[in-house]
Design a binder for this molecule. Structure first.
Ligand code: COA
Length: 203
């Protein structure tokens, strides 16, 4: 399946940014982005770990570009990365789990409220549908009200708590599992024609 074509998006500020599937040539922008994002809030994985190098990022993005079960989306403006979203189906070979996709999203604080996350989520959900990911999930740290409200607005529900899942300095912080199931009975029969769908799946 084809990756997402580069497109111009107009930010609320009026500036034109580019949204695209990241390739190895874009990797040089990632280390600075990840370092900044990690310092801006305590809510991302880069808040508690070093950013990967451009070389490590290039290898990952290059490998993942050709895989339909992986997508790295980036938003770029004037040689700077403003945002990224990573999507993957962790078990694409497993009949029981291949319909599950997971994501993580990060936007530079300076560009919050510009509609970037909304655009990234829209692109990711449309890609996920084509990739057969009928269930999409993520983890959000406790206290991150902006993200929780954003994901609920998009139809995600809090499904559980991972108690003390992340260590942030001296604290062990809870994480929420959030998820959205989008399969109709019809889609589920296509995935698994021999069995009748469980009630969880909605018409
Ligand atoms: C959470 C995060 C991704 C949001 O990114 P963002 O680019 O600011 O989000 P957007 O501008 O696309 O959009 C949010 C929009 O969704 C809509 N929206 C969100 N929550 C809403 C709600 N409860 N009701 C109605 N509309 C809502 C609004 O239109 C809102 O725009 P507004 O803030 O101008 O009103 C961003 O704050 C971020 O990256 N934080 C740091 C990294 C991080 O924590 N990532 C998430 C880890 S799980």
């Amino acid at each position: 399946m084809g990756k997402i074509q580069a497109q111009l998006i107009k930010l609320k500020s009026g500036l034109p940014a580019t949204i695209k599937a990241c390739e190895s040539k874009d990797a040089e922008f990632f280390p600075r982005f990840a370092e900044l994002v990690g310092k801006e809030t305590p809510f991302t994985r880069f808040s508690t770990m070093d950013a990967p190098t451009a070389e490590q990022t290039a290898v990952e993005w290059d490998q993942d570009y050709s895989r339909s079960d992986r997508l790295h989306l980036g938003v770029f403006l004037d040689g700077q990365m403003l945002a990224c979203l990573k999507f993957k189906q962790p078990y694409p070979e497993h009949e029981g789990y291949r319909h599950v996709g997971e994501f993580g999203i990060m936007v530079l604080r300076e560009f919050w409220g510009q509609g970037i996350a909304l655009q990234l989520m829209k692109e990711m959900e449309s890609y996920a549908k084509t990739a057969g990911a009928l269930r999409i999930e993520a983890k959000v740290r406790d206290g991150h009200e902006k993200a929780i409200s954003f994901f609920k607005f998009l139809g995600y529900e809090i499904e559980g708590v991972r108690r003390g899942a992340v260590r942030v300095g001296a604290d062990f912080v809870n994480e929420y599992y959030i998820g959205k199931v989008r399969a109709s009975r019809h889609e589920l029969r296509i995935l698994n024609p021999k069995k009748s769908p469980p009630r969880l799946f909605r018409d």
